[in-house]
Design a protein around this ligand. Structure first.
Ligand code: ADP
Length: 485
């Protein structure tokens, strides 16, 4: 392991179960590898149902005491956690890049973004207002108070190993809930480092557990548990649907952030250079491995060639390599399966008539590096039109009218992020309202922030993360009827 950390204890080869650290080792543990080099970074313990139940029991006890504290008190602990994350930003970024592959600058950006959810919800913790409604009878008053849901289970993905955790943990702890987390197998060290800092910040033992190991067993123990009142999951629609079904017998609350198939529309009245810049961010951030990445780029006929040319010229200047090296924009893909999917999508498109104007194959660097790719002449019968590629492939579709492109954009079972570029104000309103998506970026390719409600419609999920609505997802409304007045 070649990490150069100021605080080496942040890279801890151990899980945290009910306040107890359990070490992982090379013989029984799960190896975590660096996708840029294939080198093993370390081991985490291979835990299962027993440890998950232990964590849930501890969470139940810790949650009661945590909820009984004042919101201001909980807020102060979260604020310390935020401060510690920012003080350790560079170490956390190094760990993240080592296990996930994204360039160091992007990883540091994710740490700041991840920390911002803890900061935001530290502030929101004190604003869980209820209300009093005039009663329906002269001697009665209607009170609504908000109370924490209780013990929450969380399952998170590898593409944002830090931020996908904090935007669940922030509102959960702010509301007064406890959380048992299963991080992605590829990226557990970022989650563990967060737990190390949470302990230091004063989060009480048992309130936050990080259980590593067998995804299915841990997930099943979580969903079967009558103690767990809510499951929050970010990942694929396929796994999300399974977990949804598993939660049915115990009627859990659900927060689901699932797949997307984001359209990115460039109208002919757009500022083309701004649209190119936005497309680079929306398509290629994290090497195309985000659920809000532009998956289908629709360009109006009259500006299609110019846009394709400008986009290719821009992307061609962006370097690929190991994320720890200076100036790198494209790191490796997360694993072989990811490369295979990208390859399949490119092969499918070209076999049906698409042209490769940039990239189109595995990178000369080898491993899981892939050339940033731009395809023109893309049509609706190609896999890229309906499936999330989750890689650095920009397929450019042609369209003629606004009505046509809105219909094409909405013709998917997904509804997470969407983007469009236009300078016509009436169109901006019309299209924003017509897109069947939880989020619309207008003249921007970057929409995620702690202050905004992130979430999808249709098969992209349930609930919202971030914003003041994000706190509500971890609160129950209790109605108290006050009689005899
Ligand atoms: P991705 O394609 O991002 O890996 P997944 O949905 O496969 O998306 O994984 C997201 C998270 O769900 C990861 O933490 C993974 O370990 C976990 N996971 C995958 N399958 C299951 C399952 N059957 N039960 C519980 N968790 C699962």
């Amino acid at each position: 392991m070649t990490l150069d950390l100021n605080n080496p204890d942040l890279m801890r080869e151990a899980a945290l179960v009910g306040g107890r650290w359990i070490a992982g080792d090379a013989t029984t543990g799960v190896a975590v590898t660096n996708p840029a080099s294939g080198v093993v970074l370390g081991y985490v313990p291979r835990l299962g149902a027993a440890e998950t139940l232990e964590a849930i029991d501890a969470a139940q006890v810790a949650q009661k005491a945590w909820a009984a504290r004042t919101a201001k008190d909980r807020s102060a602990v979260l604020r310390r956690w935020f401060d510690l994350m920012m003080a350790n930003q560079s170490d956390l970024a190094q760990i993240l890049t080592a296990e996930q592959g994204k360039p160091l600058a992007e990883a540091a950006g994710e740490i700041a973004y991840g920390a911002s959810f803890i900061e935001w919800f530290a502030e929101e913790a004190r604003r869980a207002y209820g209300d009093i409604t005039p009663g329906h009878a002269p001697d009665k008053r209607i009170l609504s108070v908000k109370q924490p849901i209780g013990v929450v289970a969380a399952i998170t993905p590898w593409n944002f190993p830090n931020a996908m955790i904090t935007r669940k943990a922030g509102p959960a702890f702010a509301a007064g809930c406890a959380m048992v987390l299963k991080p992605a197998g590829q990226t557990p060290f970022s989650a563990i480092a967060l737990a190390v800092l949470a302990e230091e910040a004063g989060l009480p033992p048992g309130l936050f557990s990080v259980v590593t190991g067998a995804a299915r067993d841990i997930g099943k123990a979580m969903t079967d548990s009558p103690i767990v009142q809510k499951l929050t999951f970010t990942g694929s629609t396929e796994v999300g649907a399974k977990l949804y079904a598993q939660c049915a017998p115990t009627i859990k609350k659900l927060g689901l952030e699932l797949g997307g198939n984001a359209p990115f529309i460039v109208f002919d009245d757009a500022d083309l250079d701004a649209a190119v810049e936005g497309a680079v961010i929306a398509k290629f951030r994290n090497n195309g491995q985000t659920c809000v990445c532009a998956n289908r780029i629709y360009v109006q006929l009259s500006v299609y060639d110019a846009f394709a040319e400008k986009l290719a010229a821009k992307v061609a200047t962006l370097p690929t390599g190991n994320g720890v090296d200076k100036g790198i924009v494209f790191g490796p893909l997360i694993d072989e399966a990811a490369v295979q999917k990208v390859d399949e999508h490119v092969a499918d498109a070209t076999s049906k008539g698409a042209q490769v104007i940039l990239g189109g194959k595995s990178h000369a660097l080898g491993g899981t590096f892939y050339e940033p790719t731009i395809l023109t002449g893309v049509t609706n019968d190609m896999a890229v039109a309906t499936e999330e590629t989750f890689g650095p492939v920009a397929p450019l579709f042609k369209f003629e009218t606004e009505a046509e492109v809105v219909a094409l954009s909405n013709d998917t079972e997904f509804g997470l992020a969407s983007y469009f570029y236009s300078r016509d104000h009436a169109r901006v309103w019309r299209v924003s309202e017509a897109l069947d998506y939880g989020m619309v970026g207008v003249n921007t390719g970057l929409i995620s922030t702690a202050e905004a409600p992130f979430g999808g419609v249709k098969q992209s999920g349930l609930g919202r993360e971030g914003s003041r609505h994000g706190l509500d997802d971890y609160l129950e409304i209790k109605y108290i009827c006050l009689g005899g007045i």
